[in-house]
Design a protein around this ligand. Sequence first.
Ligand code: FES
Ligand SMILES: [Fe+2]
Length: 460
Amino acid sequence: MENTRASLMFKTLAVAAIGLSATFVMLVRDPSDTLFGGGYPELWRRTGLAGAPTRAAACIFAGVFLLAMGWLYRLLFAPLELLRGVDEVGYIAEDGRSRAQAANEVRRRRKTGELPPVYPNGWYRVLDSHMLERGDVKSVTVLGQQVAVFRGQDGKAYVVDAYCPHLGANLAVGGRVVGGCIECPFHGWQFRGVDGRCVKIPYADKVPEFAKVRCWPSCEINGLVLVWFHCDGLEPSWRVPEQSQITRGEWVYRGRTEHFINAHIEEIPENAADIAHLAHLHTPGIVSGVDLRYTNSKTWEFIRHDWKVEWKPEPEPNKHCSQMLVKHALTVFGRHWPLLDLDVLARQVGPGVVFLLFEHSFLGRGVIMHCVTPVEPLLQCVSHTIFYQSSIPPLVPKFILRAECIQFERDVMIWNNKTYISKPMLVKEDSAIQKHRRWFSQFYSENSPRLRYQHDTLDF
Ligand code: FES
Ligand SMILES: [Fe+2]
């Protein structure tokens, strides 16, 4: 609603600007006008060039004005979309190597260590709801598998295996939504989203019972399309809770970021229990950037973030959840700015979803949905989607998301280049890490897939 109003205002301003510029250009006919107060040279008059410089200047001015308006509109109203490529963050590309070369080298050379299983049981995000319109089909890789995500004409989102069981065409590449079904682009078989059953074979009299595509248990909540994975095919044993402010439309979408991380999935949530790293990695002000070679530079020393953190698992019946309570304070030139104190509750629900709930006296309330989805055994897609009180100017949540993204990218540089240590050398103050590992182990079961070879990954 608010976005529609803003966009209407912008369109009105743009039309007014174009109208004014056009009028101005048309009015510039007289050679004795603006630029040449004393009249044009005779030659210009004869060749018909009189008035042209002013008209050109007016056109350039109108163009620049429109560009500036567009930029201002995006800054003030449009959601922040920060989508990082697989090799874009956290690698050091030196000696003339490209970022992709640096990333591939790190992946090839890395010692993976003794890893836990690579795909824990749980709910994982496949897409944000707004990315899937009615009738859309998207191809997504989750947990090493290709899936087709589509939204039926009934408005429901469905997730099925991408490869058609008939002859293997990819349903997400050229497939078409027909009612609540997806139609294969190769021979036109139609599969129902609800249960994967084939309901139509255009050239056959009868559809055999066994004609079926695998259908993933899925749900749509808090603006996310999620799938359930269990290595033994068991049904979901818990649900991702609803954030009612999102459903009621009180908190609205203000942007998202996406990163690909070259690490085992468990490294990412373990960060919440690694309390000591906050005081080291995340203390330098966000102005000092994300490249860990420079974040401790003297130039930005005057601005520091202070963190007080506590991590604990939740008791039954929510033992699949854990909580990190964060108290953030900002100091500038050693002076604490209480107005910028921020409390965050990070509630992890299963291995793949975290609710980062913000509460601030005047900056308002909102949530960042932090989702980790394994793409391959050692490649995680991490998305942060922010929903914020609709009454707060979008610039505020966009700034929060951007700031969070800077801190997160520092972790990315660590994760992308580290190895997993199954028996780490810990001190007493690191005890939450072991607790976290015990808590996280509930998402593995005997048949959870393991990494077979160190190079069980693809090059970027
Ligand atoms: S491969 Fe899909 S219908 Fe033939
Ligand atoms: Fe961190």
